[in-house]
Write a protein of this length. Structure first.
Length: 341
């Protein structure tokens, strides 16, 4: 039996992690930690969980904990990961893992020294369409993939209702940090993890500023960018371009990644294979449904790593590259110049 503690009782824990943990055999939720104890108790009651604490130190003192699942605001991740590792706990932490590469290096050294499993929760990698497309790419059906384009565009994302996402102090940034950490990682992984070279990113909060002026009460805590687009260059003349938004005057939400190779292209998540033949692009629907909840697969993967004492993918080194990419992208956006990675 693996004893797991949930750190953070917000929407991520409530809607994704705890429902997934409840469907995994061989684990026991021994506690939930949140500064808001009433919120933790409400969540514990709903999922028939164990005791609730305001501080991780009290949890570790009173309960036997093997692993922690960190579901807190981005600004909290670094100190909570380090505290957990120092107390000999395995760690899975929601993305973005940490906001600065300097912090990652400290965590990497500590996890290696302690011989503990420490991973970032990248559940997009564990979705069935992602796995299917990865197989297609690894089988060289697309030929040489030279570019990918990410579109994660929302008219008004649900995250704008949550100050954890719209506060620069808590989140570290807007859609570039939140959406980018998921989808840039997914595109990069499917492309075979090419070595990053540089990032150039544009960001805007023009719409948020306008809404703040006209709907003051609702938007007063919104101080991150609401839109960004950019390009990340990789070794071998490869690239990932992206367009990300929390707010946009558009008539639809779009969430897709298009991969382009020398033999064919493919679109995620529909898994549509495209080829140019006789000047006509033909599309074949290869896979359109998901049979498994990605969060369950991901957490099972984490538990398997603990039991076998073998670090499985995504490795902490892969996570480090993504921290470095996002860190450089934020710097490029804020300083309005290309930044080497």
């Amino acid at each position: 039996m693996i004893n797991v503690a949930i750190i953070g009782a917000g929407s991520i824990a409530k809607n994704f992690h705890l429902p997934a943990w409840n469907k995994i055999n061989g684990i026991r939720i021994v506690g939930i930690v949140d500064k808001n104890l009433s919120k933790a108790k409400l969540l514990a009651k709903k999922y028939k969980s164990a005791k609730c604490y305001k501080k991780m130190s009290l949890l570790f003192k009173n309960e036997k904990v093997d692993a922690v699942d960190i579901c807190t605001p981005n600004s909290e991740h670094e100190k909570q990961i380090i505290f957990s590792l120092n107390n000999n706990k395995h760690v899975i932490c929601e993305k973005p893992f940490v906001l600065k590469f300097k912090a990652f290096k400290k965590i990497y050294s500590l996890a290696k020294k302690k011989k503990l499993i420490c991973v970032c929760a990248q559940h997009q990698r564990f979705r069935q369409p992602s796995i299917e497309i990865k197989k297609i790419v690894d089988q060289k059906k697309l030929g040489l993939i030279y570019t990918a384009h990410i579109s994660a565009i929302f008219k008004r994302s649900k995250t704008v209702n949550n100050s954890y996402f719209t506060s620069k102090t808590k989140s570290g940034g807007g859609p570039l940090v939140d959406l980018g950490s998921h989808f840039i990682d997914l595109a990069w992984w499917i492309m075979g993890n090419p070595k990053p070279v540089s990032a150039f990113v544009y960001g805007s909060n023009a719409l948020a500023r306008y809404l703040k002026k006209n709907e003051k009460n609702y938007w007063k805590k919104f101080d991150v960018e609401d839109y960004s687009y950019g390009c990340i260059r990789f070794k071998g003349n490869k690239s990932i371009t992206f367009q990300l938004s929390y707010l946009l005057n558009t008539n639809r939400d779009i969430k897709k990644i298009e991969f382009f190779g020398t033999k064919a292209g493919v679109q995620w998540p529909e898994v549509k294979l495209t080829r140019i033949k006789n000047n006509i692009t033909r599309t074949k629907l290869l896979f359109s449904t998901e049979k498994n909840l990605a969060s369950i697969i991901e957490l099972k993967h984490f538990i398997k790593s603990i039991k076998k004492k073998v670090i499985q993918k995504p490795t902490l080194l892969e996570t480090g590259y993504m921290v470095k990419i996002i860190d450089a992208s934020i710097k490029a956006m804020r300083e309005k110049k290309e930044v080497l990675i």
